[in-house]
Design a protein around this ligand. Structure first.
Ligand code: PLP
Length: 449
């Protein structure tokens, strides 16, 4: 099939996730046909620097044969066996070992799933099981945050705080949402430091309102990814830690984006010095080569679930799929052997910070923020008042298209442009990324004038 035939059949037969069907009908899909290193190529032969690592997952880029060969060899040896009913496979044990090793101290158990959404559903099941076994069944409510993203199953989407999603399904009734730590958008006249404390105190207020004996857990991404790369003010996590230490409430950190090196540390929890009770992972654990997710379970929780015995009536057919586990093992080996994460911490992260900050000088950029290898640009019509161009987020959509035209994949979340480039990116490629982003901003300014 040629390009227009592919687009035609795509329109007729494929229901795309998170896609506006009018846009899809009008413009057709972009057909991506190949990739190499940090670049992807579409069916027209247009090559783009992938500023989004696929969908936050291909942190090592697209050319790692060690991973694809590990999958292939496993598929030829033992393509599938389950881990239900006292069975297991060698790769699942080896990956569990490695995960216990690279995750924060005190996290030594893993429950495997096929995705991040499933892992957050698993978290809900584990949280309930834990409090039931602790004979505190009245602890049922999970507190989350507005504009957080925790996946797209009913459980994941209920935990998430995206209003556009909540309009289209009925959320679980035991999940409550508090304010996000989004200083640029919601900080008003407060300094970032003041606002960080303010946003964290919302957790304390909510716990007081609900009653500490009713609250089971608090879930949050270390940095909101899909919500627009919202990096909390430095005061936020220390204040959250203080609050959680006061009450007997579990902390779930959703590390699906920030796990495996994006901040320059292995996990966001390491970066912020937090000790979560549960930690969701997916995406980059296999470098996007094979679906795999899971939740790391702290000794505090695992000891209760294991010691009290009884069956945990939960699991997925593909929990601990052997080929997925081999992909995870190969990925972690590369991260370790090639000191990829140290390089982000010491070299490319600081370099991106320096180059990305230059974009704040651009007339339509209200803020340029970054941390490790993520970044965001707030598009504004007026820098002083932070006023947007319109309330339909036209500037973000235009900038995304201009960026692609200029050979860079940037994503738009409203009028916030975001990047999460592969961790293997060189300083030369960071220069290329910033230059292309600059051109996209110039083109956007012209188009919006
Ligand atoms: C992507 C994402 C999820 C969902 O993962 P899926 O594999 O798409 O189900 C959950 N949490 C966060 C923070 C994510 O970014």
């Amino acid at each position: 099939m040629n390009k227009s035939q592919l687009q035609q059949h795509d329109r007729e037969h494929l229901l795309h996730p998170f896609t506006d069907f009018n846009d899809l009908g009008n413009q057709g899909t972009r057909v991506i046909t190949s990739a190499e290193g940090a670049y992807i190529t579409d069916i027209d032969g247009h090559q783009m620097l992938d500023g989004m690592s696929g969908l936050w997952c291909c942190n090592l880029g697209y050319s790692r044969r060690e991973i694809s060969e590990a999958i292939y060899e496993q598929l030829n040896k033992l393509p599938f066996y389950n881990s239900f009913f006292q069975c297991t496979t060698v790769p699942s044990i080896e990956l569990a070992d490695m995960l216990a090793d690279v995750t924060p101290a005190g996290m030594n158990n893993v429950f495997f799933t096929g995705s991040g959404s499933e892992a957050n559903d698993t978290n809900l099941r584990i949280i309930r099981r834990y409090w039931d076994l602790k004979e505190q069944p009245e602890k049922r409510i999970v507190i989350s945050r507005k504009n957080g993203y925790h996946g797209s199953t009913i459980g994941g989407a209920s935990l998430g705080g995206m209003s556009g999603m909540h309009k289209q399904f009925q959320a679980l009734d035991y999940i409550e949402h508090i304010q996000q730590p989004y200083w640029f958008g919601e900080g008003g006249d407060m300094s970032p430091e003041e606002f960080g404390v303010h946003a964290a105190r919302c957790l304390d207020e909510k716990i007081q309102e609900l009653g500490p004996d009713k609250v089971a857990a608090f879930i949050a991404e270390p940095i909101q990814g899909a919500g627009g790369v919202i990096i909390p003010p430095e005061t936020y996590w220390p204040e959250i830690k203080k609050i959680l230490d006061q009450y007997d409430i579990l902390l779930v950190m959703d590390e699906v984006i920030f796990g495996f090196g994006r901040t320059g540390e292995w996990f966001g929890a390491d970066y912020y010095g937090m000790q979560p009770d549960l930690m969701t992972f997916a995406k980059a654990v296999t470098n996007g080569y094979f679906p795999l997710g899971g939740t790391m379970v702290s000794d505090r929780v695992a000891d209760v679930i294991k010691a009290k015995g009884g069956e945990f009536t939960h699991g997925y057919t593909y929990s601990a799929h052997p080929a997925a586990c081999m992909a995870g093992i190969a990925t972690i080996n590369i991260l370790r052997d090639e000191k990829i994460i140290e390089n982000v911490r010491d070299n490319t992260g600081p370099y991106l910070a320096k180059r990305w900050a230059e974009l704040a000088e651009h007339p339509i950029v209200g803020e340029a923020r970054s941390l490790g290898l993520v970044g965001a640009l707030e598009l504004v019509k007026d820098k002083g008042s932070r006023a947007r161009f319109d309330d339909k987020c036209t500037a973000g959509a235009v900038c995304r298209d201009m960026s692609i035209k200029n050979g860079l994949v940037m994503r738009a979340t409203g009028d916030t442009m975001i990047i999460a480039p592969p961790l293997i990116m060189t300083t030369e490629q960071i220069d290329e990324l910033v230059e292309k982003a600059h051109r996209a901003l110039d083109d956007t300014a012209r188009a919006m004038a």
